[in-house]
Write a protein that binds this ligand. Structure first.
Ligand SMILES: O=C([S-])c1cc(C(=O)S)c[n+]([C@@H]2O[C@H](COP(=O)(O)O)[C@@H](O)[C@H]2O)c1
Ligand code: NI
Length: 643
């Protein structure tokens, strides 16, 4: 097993550099995840006045105790849903897992940390592996590409449901979610996963049931659209008719309860309940306290940062000042954490979101009646370069939580030219519109060498030619390629592409700042490598050569960045084939917590282990341990398993 490689040395040097910069007072921390982990560690340390390691463990222990309390309440039937008048009727398939066992196991698992090395399959609760899914696979194939088909919008609950549905082992996926939720220091909710029908199509539903104190009107069509003027009132009535009609056909009453509730309460109590108004710091502390993998935590934190930034822009305030209302409510927190857990559990490596399709008109929220797409959703799309389309549905199809989750995970907008569809997951929305709200999550396998295509225009009648009032916002007027692609960390990839392209050009008239900046942009746009090489050009003139390695579908995006940001007049392009080692992923338990590792198989059958740097860095910071030791512990845990 190769140890102390160049990659490790770079990783160690990077972390040391960060630490030195931090010590010098410079803000070198880039990831929200690190902020939160550090904050949690600091809170715990200062509260307990103990060494960091024991402080962290006791902090998590308290969380687990609270979770056990919540589980006991669940088991006793004190669910918020009961408080609202009983369980929804006639669910065809209810996958309610008993939370209690998981919560207790969670507590035991957390408290046993540091007692040795255990190897667990990614996302699988220790000792709870089900048949049907491979030991290192959380339910989908490794190196998975996910296509989020948001033609009917996206909301947090739709995404969670679609991700559970797409898992090879949905019950295992649900368990993974429940286990993390049980560790969340939040009261007043229970979750339910069930089968529902939308337009006769069998979908999965993820329902966060809130107790009376936390309940909002998210799925209450009368509240959302009633009283908003004649057309909307009519629309609302129509929604009910459509919804019930759909249920009749499907002999399914999954959403009936929400309707009853809507009718009983109308809208008179918009401000009756004590809604929690949390700020980003409070939400980050909750996420830091949850017992989840660093990767899942990072996704959840990223989604909330995106949401906070969009809200701040909408309300003319700052990310630190912004107070969440509906979006900081319990159901949004649960949706975001659950989706983050599932992305990690399913080992999703690439997420393709061709566009988000929203409706139009207005919707009611705590601010009052606001236009659709709602301001926060618009800002999320704007700030993250997410293509947005508008269709002829009256109502809100894309919620800020759904958009923030999409923005937090998207790695590309273009579908591969050809791919094989491996699995399809359908997540149901609760709101009833003329278009059934179904989010599709598809696991696809690009066919080797297949390049990306321009996203197809959405199936939106409102986007038809000659109807500028309903133009598709996200359709770019020209063929410009988005310059920024929130790239998945390459070190997480398991299906490294065998075809790549090298782009090259020589620059002798740019400043050092410009060269550095363009490299930064190219990396953000998804470049696999960006190099500046010192060269001598004609007449002995010193210059720099830019070399960019990218996948074929990213060529256009890279070239746009290079032409926009450098003075070059041309770019050389060289397609290249690569030989890559087979890899698989494992998550190992170490005295420093769970660490994901990539295991590469060499031609002679031996393996090389690469612990995920981000996990090791987070653990090294949280435990105050040398990075090198954390990495060695992860390697030791893998070799313990292998041999
Ligand atoms: O809570 C706030 S501040 C809020 C802001 C906005 C803006 O666009 S600003 C919109 N909403 C509406 O709340 C519900 C719930 O959204 P989730 O993302 O939590 O599902 C939805 O209708 C939003 O449009 C809330
Ligand atoms: Ni708002």
């Amino acid at each position: 097993m190769a140890q102390g490689t160049m990659r490790d040395r770079e990783a160690v040097m990077g972390a040391v550099g960060d630490a030195v910069r931090n010590g010098a007072g410079e803000d070198a921390v880039s990831g929200a995840g690190e902020d939160a982990v550090r904050a949690a560690a600091e809170d715990t340390r200062s509260g307990a006045g103990e060494a960091l390691v024991s402080g962290a463990v006791s902090g998590v222990g308290e969380v687990a105790v609270r979770a056990v309390g919540g589980a006991i309440r669940n088991a006793m039937g004190e669910t918020p849903h009961d408080a609202r008048g009983g369980m929804p009727a006639h669910r065809e398939l209810t996958l309610r897992a008993k939370n209690g066992g998981n919560a207790e196991k969670n507590a035991a698992k957390v408290n046993s940390r540091g007692k040795g090395h255990r190897v667990v399959a990614d996302g699988q609760p220790d000792g709870e592996r089900d048949g049907g899914s491979s030991a290192c696979d959380g339910g989908a194939s490794i190196g998975t590409t996910l296509w989020l088909d948001c033609q009917s919008g996206i909301a947090g609950d739709m995404l969670v449901a679609a991700l559970i549905d797409v898992a090879e082992d949905p019950a295992g996926a649900e368990r993974a979610v429940r286990e993390v939720l049980a560790s969340l220091p939040v009261e007043g909710f229970a979750v339910e996963v069930s089968r529902v029908y939308k337009a006769g199509i069998a979908c999965r539903d993820f329902n966060v049931m809130l107790d009376a104190a936390h309940e909002n009107h998210d799925h209450d069509m009368e509240y959302l659209h009633g009283g908003g003027g004649g057309a909307l009132a009519a629309r609302s009535a129509c929604d009910h008719a459509l919804h019930e009609h759909a249920h009749e056909h499907a002999h399914e009453h999954a959403h009936e309860h929400a309707h009853e509730h809507a009718h009983e309460h109308a809208h008179e109590h918009a401000h009756e309940h004590a809604h929690e108004h949390r700020g980003l710091a409070e939400v980050e502390a909750l996420i830091a306290a949850a017992s989840m993998t660093p990767a899942a935590r990072a996704i959840a934190l990223r989604a909330f940062r995106i949401l906070a930034s969009a809200e701040a822009a909408a309300h003319g305030t700052t990310i630190d000042q912004v107070h969440f209302h509906e979006v900081g409510a319990v159901d949004s927190i649960v949706d975001i954490i659950s989706a983050a857990v599932l992305f990690d559990y399913l080992h999703i490596e690439r997420v393709i979101v061709p566009q988000l399709v929203d409706g139009h008109g207005t919707v009611r929220c705590q601010h009052g009646i606001i236009p659709v797409p709602v301001p926060a959703t618009l800002n999320i799309c704007r700030e993250n370069g997410l293509p947005l389309g508008i269709c002829d549905v009256e109502g809100e199809l894309v919620t800020p939580t759904g958009a923030a989750l999409a923005a937090a995970v998207v790695t590309g907008f273009d579908l591969p030219e050809r791919s094989v569809v491996r699995r399809v997951g359908l997540g149901a929305g609760k709101r009833s519109y003329s278009r059934p709200s179904i989010l599709r999550a598809l696991i696809v396998e690009p066919i080797n060498g297949s390049t990306g295509t321009k996203p197809q225009p959405c199936a939106t009648s409102g986007g038809a030619e000659g109807d500028p009032g309903r133009a598709t916002l996200g359709e770019r007027e020209d063929d410009r390629v988005p310059l920024r692609r929130p790239a998945a960390p390459h070190s997480h990839e398991l299906t490294a592409p065998t075809s790549v392209v090298k782009l090259e050009c020589d620059i002798d008239d740019a400043t050092g700042e410009e060269l550095g900046y363009v490299a930064e942009l190219l990396r953000e746009a998804g470049a696999r490598e960006v190099h500046w090489l010192p060269i001598f050009t004609k007449k002995g003139r010193p210059a720099y050569q830019l070399q960019v390695i990218c996948v074929p579908e990213d060529v256009a995006r890279m070239e746009s960045v290079i032409f926009r940001e450098t003075p070059t007049l041309g770019i050389r392009r060289v397609p290249m084939e690569r030989t890559v080692l087979r890899r698989r992923r494992l998550t190992v338990e170490t005295p420093y917590g769970s660490i994901r590792c990539k295991v590469a198989e060499l031609p002679d059958g031996s393996v090389r282990v690469a612990p995920e740097f981000e996990d090791c860095r987070a653990a090294a910071r949280a435990f105050g341990a040398p990075l090198r030791e954390v990495m060695a512990a992860a390697r030791g845990a893998v070799s313990g398993q292998n041999g």
